[in-house]
Design a protein around this ligand. Structure first.
Ligand code: URA
Length: 276
């Protein structure tokens, strides 16, 4: 009978990833507690009509200026199931809190990006967030600080959130890959394959009401398709039943201001979905 750990490593390899445990860091190998069945987890907090955030961070639906001229909610798009649900067979299912996921990310290597990092960037924010924002991968400032979206793109993202009456503390922000690709290049398919189980796990734990992907990499990785952002925008996709809106990456907006208006529309669609 292979142990939990051995099974986990085999599944990692099947997913295209490798995991190397850093020497001296906590890693509970075969002694890991058995994964709790998802059904045992408490149901997500009941949300009152008009609430946006949760658990002490309730942003009431506002009569915000963002509503004026906001587009209607578009038609359904692609629908995918998360490989993290059901949890049977999910190699990370023993990680039953976001902190445990973050600790695992920080203490292990799963692909060739990991040994090059200064800090892994698991993601941060409200563990009960109704909105999860997902970028591509950490940049230089994120690698230095271990925090997502804290450079120039992050400042723009905060402005965008503010414009729809949300703050960083209302949402959860993370990336497809948790370690910086060299020279900020796009993560390679095998790097995404190795790291994405962490993202699936984070989403299974948070169970947000809406997902907003920032840039083509995040949309393609979560929806499992190779399509241009132009094609993926303007639809309400479904990730495990959670509405997913694909929009441009804030870094792309800094380079191409023509994309600001479509992004503003996408964000306002996501914002309306929070109130549904
Ligand atoms: N770009 C990303 O995709 N993620 C970050 O965290 C920062 C910049």
């Amino acid at each position: 009978m292979p142990g939990e750990r051995e099974r986990y490593l085999r599944q990692q390899a099947e997913l295209g990833g490798r995991e190397v445990v850093l020497p001296g860091r906590a890693q509970r190998g075969g002694a890991e507690a058995p994964a709790p069945a998802d059904a045992d987890r408490p149901p997500p907090e009941r949300r009152e009509e008009g609430d946006v955030g949760t658990k002490g961070r309730t942003a009431k639906a506002t009569g915000g200026k963002w509503r004026k001229g906001a587009p209607n909610i578009p038609e359904p798009g692609l629908a995918v199931e998360s490989p993290a649900v059901p949890l049977v067979g999910d190699p990370l299912s023993g990680l039953d809190t976001l902190e445990k996921v973050a600790k695992r990310i920080r203490s292990t290597y799963c692909c060739d990006l990991c040994p090059q990092r200064t800090n892994a960037v698991p993601g941060e924010g409200n563990p009960n967030a109704e909105l999860v924002l997902i970028g591509e991968g950490p940049g230089a400032t994120e690698d230095e600080t271990g925090r997502p979206f804290v450079g120039a793109a992050g400042r723009l993202l905060e402005e965008i959130l503010g414009a729809v009456d949300l703050t960083r503390d209302d949402v959860f922000i993370c990336n497809v890959v948790k370690c910086r690709p060299p020279q900020n290049r796009k993560p390679l398919p095998d790097e995404i394959a190795a790291c994405i189980p962490y993202l699936h796990r984070q989403l299974a734990l948070i169970r947000p009401k809406v997902i907003l992907t920032l840039g083509g990499t995040a949309a393609e990785a979560l929806l499992g398709v190779k399509q241009s952002l132009g094609k993926l925008r303007g639809k309400v996709h479904s990730y495990d039943g959670v509405p997913l809106i694909a929009t441009y990456h804030p870094a792309a907006l800094l380079r191409n201001p023509d994309w600001k208006k479509p992004t503003w529309d996408d964000v306002r669609i996501a914002r309306q979905l929070l109130e549904r």
